[in-house]
Design a protein around this ligand. Structure first.
Ligand SMILES: C[S@@+](CC[C@H](N)C(=O)[O-])C[C@H]1O[C@@H](n2cnc3c(N)ncnc32)[C@H](O)[C@@H]1O
Length: 469
């Protein structure tokens, strides 16, 4: 194993592409692909390898003999250390180009199906401060940069509140500023850290599982409401209340101040009881007059403005006239279902998470939507003949599965169903391409529209319209 990964330096590589997990791509002299961190297409670089396999290398650019014209100066002081925005050093028009290219290559190479000309990728109007939800971790063992270590300076305060260093479960980057969520996000995070230190509250140590403060979640919304949740490792009522009271006083714009006492090994809150310190236990998002109630555990698309664009494309591709029975598979909290309900006879949403279905039903009531029904279930199990007999054969199916795509049994059931149209929304065009290849037996791809929901990252959403042959 050690031999396999023996580090070498590959000199003078011309970076020609970007894609796979945000890495830049070049070809080594022996023809092997090299996946490179910290480089941009057009750079000429020397690469220190970190991984060596039969068909490829992985590594980081260590010196540059030419800088690409596609480069821009990253705005964030944490670029390069923080794993969040790997493409911040590439102009936005180039980010869009490589996202579009990745979708196209996946659909062509993996799908191997007949494709129409793609719609140009839809960029996000906001390229920074577009997220409505951020989660930060507390740690008493802050990540030190190489410069800090080399300086020999003794850094006594190792408290941090920020993001995990990529690939390091116990090391947290202490953030000065993050460009992903609009104010008051940065101000709240900074204040919480300062106040916690003033109160001498211990930051968490993941390795030893000790310390009081675990995570901070901030949600902002298009209705200008703000939700803040602090996760504690154990109950220390006096200090918990001191900290939360100080936050409430400093930020009157917070409409929902929550806490969790979580003594488990991991810090997911989904199986934990949420405590309400101040305000309501939820905030609202609004889209085209529809209201969506969001609690601490709710899923909601993290780029609200671009989610609206994505949903409009989805509804447009569905081509509804008002008479159709629509299935919305993997419906989450039923946002797409409610978004298309006005234009359909009836919508049936299916989702595996019971809480999400509860929220979908509550939101439908809130929005006076009486032609949408929601059911809990694992698609692979519930999407059967009995389900179809109960709810009817759909005219249109909208499907928005997780990154793994659809289970082969679900695809087979879609083939059996023979709905006139399928609109396939995906956050992973590789698995989408695999599923499209299976659907090709009965469906032709009519339209393809990539959408950028996450500027500065390599992630890309893709909407495909299929029609029955
Ligand atoms: C990409 S999200 C789509 C959410 C929703 N369409 C939206 O725009 O908010 C995928 C959803 O699929 C659900 N899911 C994952 N696996 C599932 C399965 N096997 N059966 C049903 N739902 C599943 C997840 O819980 C998640 O809500």
């Amino acid at each position: 194993m050690a031999r396999k990964n023996k580090r070498v330096i590959l000199e003078n590589l011309e970076v020609t592409d970007a894609g796979a997990k945000g890495k830049a791509i070049a070809k080594a002299e022996d023809g092997r692909i090299v996946f490179i961190n910290n480089a941009v297409p057009g750079d000429i670089v020397d690469v220190q390898t970190t991984k060596k396999r039969k068909g490829f290398f992985e590594g980081s650019a260590i010196s540059f003999s030419k800088y690409s014209e596609k480069r821009v100066e990253p705005v964030c002081p944490h670029f390069g250390t923080c794993g969040g925005c790997k493409w911040q050093n590439m102009g936005y028009e180039h980010q869009l180009f490589y996202k579009h290219k990745e979708v196209e290559q996946n659909l062509k190479r993996i799908g191997k199906i007949e494709l129409p000309e793609f719609e140009p990728i839809l960029g996000s109007e906001k390229q920074y401060f577009y997220r409505n939800k951020m989660e930060f971790s507390f740690s008493d063992s802050k990540w030190l940069t190489l410069d800090q270590i080399r300086s020999g300076e003794i850094i006594e305060n190792r408290n941090a509140l920020g993001f995990h260093i990529p690939g390091m479960w116990d090391k947290i980057l202490d953030l000065d500023k993050c460009f992903l969520q609009a104010d008051p996000s940065n101000a709240i995070r900074d204040f919480v850290k300062e106040k916690a230190e003033e109160l001498n509250l211990p930051f968490f140590n993941t390795r030893n599982q000790e310390g009081l403060l675990r995570t901070l979640m901030i949600r902002t919304s298009s209705t200008q409401e703000v939700m803040v949740l602090i996760q504690f490792y154990y109950e220390d009522k006096e200090n918990r209340e001191l900290l939360l009271k100080a936050i409430a006083e400093e930020f009157p714009e917070i409409t929902s101040l929550l806490y969790v006492i979580n003594s488990k090994g991991n810090d997911t809150i989904y199986d934990q009881e949420i405590g309400l310190f101040y305000g309501r236990d939820h905030i609202f998002e609004e889209m085209e007059g529809l209201k969506f109630k969001i609690n601490a555990k709710s899923f909601y698309q993290t780029n609200s403005e671009q989610a609206y664009e994505l949903y409009k494309i989805t509804r447009d591709f569905a081509g509804l006239s008002g008479n159709e029975l629509v299935y919305d598979l993997y419906t989450g909290t039923g946002t797409i279902a409610q978004f298309v309900a006005k234009k359909a006879k009836k919508v049936v949403g299916v989702e595996a998470v019971p809480d999400a279905i509860e929220a979908a039903k509550e939101n439908a009531l809130l929005n006076n939507i009486d032609n949408a029904e929601f059911y809990v279930g694992d698609m692979k199990k519930v999407f059967n003949e009995a389900f179809i007999n109960t709810h009817g054969k759909p005219d249109v199916v909208i499907t928005d599965p997780p990154r793994d795509g659809m289970h082969a049994d679900v695809v087979q059931q879609l083939l059996n169903l023979e709905a006139q149209r399928i609109v396939y929304v995906s956050c992973n065009s590789a698995t989408q391409a695999r599923d499209l290849a299976l659907l090709d037996e009965k469906y032709k791809v009519i339209k393809v529209q990539p959408v950028d929901m996450f500027p500065q990252t390599h992630h890309v959403e893709n909407v495909v319209l299929l029609e029955k042959r």
